[in-house]
Each structure stands twice: as structure tokens, then as C-alpha cells.
Design a protein around this ligand. Structure first.
Ligand code: ZN
Length: 198
């Protein structure tokens, strides 16, 4: 039965379609929104639409940005000869939070998974290889410590080895199957400093 009237029900439905929002949270958010000043709701709605409309991949590293290239790729303070390969933009954010990594990134947007039918052509690997034609000293593979992450790391190392560019893998201080974004900064830094050549 629709006790709220269709508009509220629709809002709750829309909210509960978001990841991590269950029925109860959706209901709480919906009532929160309804009690917000109309101006604030408009601001929120606009920022959702604007972000969706204007955010795209950086043409260098494929992270999400609203510019042509992201601020990291555009920065002359970064070492553009060291590229850290990560699975997602959230992993990039986790490393950026440590504030200690000075190189640039490459975001794959996934990992190779034969089980899920995700092959090398389905992630941004070609784009990585293309970048290696420039001046690159080292590629640090920081894919997750899961089966897919390891498979991807091995694949990348095989591709890069013949080019003579150094390839390293972050140390396994990171728990198996652990998503990089949930790991604390100290562990991330230790994994980065303890990286081993592949
Ligand atoms: Zn970039």
C-alpha cells in the first residue's frame, strides 16, 4: 500500500536504487530532503546533474575530471616519469590522501577477470601502453591484492618487460581481497615504499 502518496514513494525508490542505500536509509533521506529549504534541494539536484554532465575521463590518465586533463596530470610539480597503475579513481584518491606520492597515475577502470569475462581489451590497458612511448622510468602496479588484481599485474608486467621500463608491484602489506580505498594511509605508504620489481 502506498501510504505516502506517489511523489514520496517515487523519491524513496530513486534513492534506494543507489549503492549502499537500503530501504530504511532511503526513507530517512527522502524525509530529510522534503524538510530541506527548497533552495538547498535545488543546489543538490543541480550539482548531481552538472557532475554527471561535465565529468569525464582525463585524456592522459583516465581518472575522472571536469577539465581536459586532471589537476595531477596538469601539475608540473609531479614526476611524470613515474606512473602508478590503479584499478579505480577511488584507489587514486586513497593514494593521494597519503600526500606522499609524487608521480602520476593511470586508471584502468577495472581488472582482468576471466570469470566475469573481462579481458585486457575491456580496461584501459592499450591507453597505458601508448603512454609508455613517452619518457617513463617506472610503472608501479598498484592493482588490488585480489585474484583479478594479481592477474592484471602479471599481464601488465609481461607487456612492459620487453620495453626495458622498470615495473614494480606494491608490497603485500595490503590484505588479500582488500579494496585499496579502505586501507589506512600508513599501510598504503608501507606498500608503496616496499614495492618489489617484477
Ligand atoms: Zn590525469
Amino acid at each position: 500500500m502506498d501510504y505516502y502518496g506517489s511523489q514520496i514513494t517515487k523519491l524513496i525508490e530513486e534513492l534506494s536504487s543507489l549503492p549502499g542505500i537500503g530501504a530504511k536509509s532511503a526513507q530517512r533521506l527522502a524525509f530529510h530532503v522534503i524538510n530541506m529549504p527548497e533552495e538547498s534541494v535545488e543546489k543538490l539536484a543541480n550539482s548531481l546533474v552538472e557532475a554527471r554532465r561535465n565529468v569525464h575521463y582525463c585524456k592522459e590518465c583516465f581518472t575522472l575530471t571536469d577539465g581536459d586533463v586532471c589537476p595531477i596530470c596538469a601539475s608540473s610539480a609531479r614526476n611524470h616519469r613515474t606512473i602508478m597503475v590503479v584499478e579505480t579513481t577511488r584507489d587514486l584518491a586513497a593514494y593521494e590522501k597519503t600526500g606522499k606520492y609524487e608521480g602520476v597515475y593511470h586508471v584502468l577502470h577495472g581488472a582482468i577477470s576471466p570469470m566475469l569475462g573481462i579481458g585486457p581489451g575491456d580496461i584501459k590497458l592499450k591507453e597505458l601502453i601508448k603512454r609508455l612511448q613517452g619518457d617513463v622510468d617506472e610503472v608501479i602496479v598498484a592493482t588490488n591484492n585480489s585474484l583479478e588484481g594479481e592477474t592484471t599485474a602479471m599481464y601488465i608486467s609481461k607487456l612492459i618487460k620487453p620495453t626495458g621500463i622498470k615495473v614494480s608491484r606494491i608490497a603485500s602489506g595490503v590484505p588479500v581481497g582488500g579494496d585499496l580505498e579502505y586501507i589506512d594511509e600508513v599501510t598504503l605508504l608501507r606498500a608503496l615504499e616496499g614495492r618489489v620489481e617484477l
